[in-house]
Write a protein that binds this ligand. Structure first.
Ligand SMILES: [Mg+2]
Length: 241
């Protein structure tokens, strides 16, 4: 891609700024405690839920499957699952450590260009995660796709990125997206004609480069460095590093 240089940067949250596995572990522990209060073996539910989440955090019904795995009869799920789902969704992680160097890199980006975060998920949970990372002060614009139209407009649907562009006052195709998931972060950038830098980390670290990103890195600071080099660069000088 050799269009004009980006004027703003959009970062993903989960597995881009902090390890999502840390949040999932914290939320699974909260579900284990709630399961204990419901008369179940809380430790067993906790362990089963961690196993289910490790198999794929995007899949629905993880709590149902965890309960079945510890021997809860299917006929009891309708009564047991809702309070445990609530324990999961209402869990507020006390602290989520950003990836090494992520805070400093975000600081440098914030000083260089308009900066926003675009993330999928339950808006209350995503807000709690941002707060727990301590990065909120560097991210005055956070757009959660689910708040715009539910799961149907999650990345790679362009609605969220178009909304971010409007909030930043920039054309969508002049944004640079940094994220970990080719099928979401790279694809949403492609959907509006913007560039993306993929970071190979977290749950999708080994996913194929499809669609292909403008550049691929292994850390957020490395992605930020590429972004800083690109911001305001001459169009003629643009080529992947
Ligand atoms: Mg992500």
């Amino acid at each position: 891609m050799t269009g004009p240089a980006p004027l703003g940067v959009v970062v993903d949250l989960d597995d881009t700024l902090y390890p999502q596995a840390d949040y999932l572990a914290s939320a699974a522990a909260a579900v284990g405690v709630a399961a204990g209060h419901a008369g179940l073996d809380g430790a067993a539910v906790h362990a089963a839920l961690r196993k289910e989440l490790a198999a794929g955090s995007d899949a629905g019904g993880t709590i149902d499957r965890a309960l079945l795995a510890v021997g809860v009869p299917a006929s009891s799920l309708s009564a047991l699952v809702p309070p445990l789902v609530a324990a999961f969704t209402q869990h507020t992680p006390p602290r989520l450590s950003p990836y090494p160097g992520a805070e400093e890199a975000l600081c440098a980006l914030a000083a260089a260009a308009p900066l926003a975060c675009l993330t999928d998920g339950n808006p209350a949970i995503q807000a709690a995660k941002v707060a727990a990372t301590g990065l909120g002060r560097l991210l005055p614009v956070v757009v959660v796709t689910d708040a715009l139209g539910g799961r149907a407009v999650r990345k790679p649907h362009p609605t969220g990125l178009v909304a971010v562009a409007a909030r930043l006052g920039l054309p969508p195709d002049r944004l640079l997206v940094i994220g970990d998931r080719p099928g979401k972060d790279v694809a949403v950038a492609a959907a509006v004609g913007a560039r993306a830098v993929r970071i190979r980390q977290g749950e999708y670290a080994t996913a194929p480069d499809e669609p292909r990103a403008w550049a691929v890195t292994d850390t957020f600071p490395a992605a930020a460095e590429l972004a800083l080099g690109l911001l305001g660069a001459d169009a003629a000088a643009l080529s992947p590093g």
